[in-house]
Design a protein around this ligand. Structure first.
Ligand SMILES: N[C@@H](CCC(=O)N[C@@H](CS)C(=O)NCC(=O)O)C(=O)O
Length: 242
């Protein structure tokens, strides 16, 4: 397996997780898996599997029945082969880390948002694959992509309407923010239209140090050909701090 190994955290202890991820500049589901560990302070080793190497199925053989990334291997041998399964397992194993909002009504909304993200937004995901290198200039959303964008607006506004105690979707950073982070990267990478509230949330996500570290790693690699080309000019990645 051609993995790069990263050991994070001051102490790598018996409960260290092994997280298998794809190319950071492009793998939106991997970003979610990684944020679940990195952002909540859990110790882990990250193993990078090349999405475009042509041998992903071979690399995944030792992790059967996994057929995509991310994959999480727990120290006790439990194997999670889907981002939502990883989220639920980590939330169950670490109930004190605040993966879900504590308040029942907020938790219900957060769970619904995460489930909808995991199962839906097909048009947006298909038309605007995550890429963290630059912004495509002049991208015109189709009607179905526009409908997905409006749905994101609705969900973010609903989350924020009841949130008073912090800048994230439900106040403190939660799994809802994990699952919507790659979507905010798509808003940046394709210059998608956003209301002021959504733009605030997008910029918060893009300025998050964990996201910035992930992106810096991702764009350190060069791709030729570029995996998801668009017939459009590019502008620099928007810097929310500028
Ligand atoms: N439902 C899965 C989707 C995972 C997924 O599609 N991962 C992509 C990378 S972002 C992948 O591994 N693609 C390679 C392939 O399907 O062969 C999850 O939530 O983890």
């Amino acid at each position: 397996m051609h993995c790069s190994l990263v050991v994070w955290g001051p102490i790598v202890c018996a409960m260290t997780y092994d997280l298998f991820i794809g190319d950071k500049a492009f793998s939106s589901w991997s970003l979610r898996g990684w944020l679940m560990l990195e952002r909540f302070g859990l110790p882990y080793r990250a193993h990078l599997l090349g999405l475009y190497s042509g041998q992903l199925p071979l690399d995944l053989l030792p992790l059967a029945p996994a057929r995509s990334v991310p994959v999480l291997k727990c120290a006790d041998g439990a194997l999670l082969t889907d981002s939502l399964a990883i989220a639920e397992e980590l939330a169950t194993r670490h109930p004190d880390l605040g993966y879900w909002p504590a308040a029942p009504l907020a938790r219900a909304r957060a769970r619904s948002m995460v489930a909808e993200m995991h199962a839906g937004f097909g048009a947006l995901r298909q038309a605007c694959p995550m890429q963290l290198f630059h912004q495509w200039v002049g991208y015109e959303p189709s009607e179905s992509v526009q409908a997905d964008l409006e749905r994101v607006e609705t969900l973010v506004a609903l989350a924020r309407a009841h949130t008073v105690d912090g800048p994230w979707l439900f106040g403190a950073y939660s799994l809802a923010d994990v699952f919507y982070a790659p979507l905010m990267a798509r808003f940046a990478g394709y210059g998608l239209p956003a209301s002021p509230e959504l733009a605030r949330y997008r910029d918060l996500t893009l300025a998050d140090p964990a996201f910035c570290a992930w992106r810096a790693d991702g764009i350190a690699r060069r791709y030729d050909p570029f995996p998801y080309p668009q017939p459009l000019p590019t502008a620099p990645w928007p810097d929310p701090m500028a």
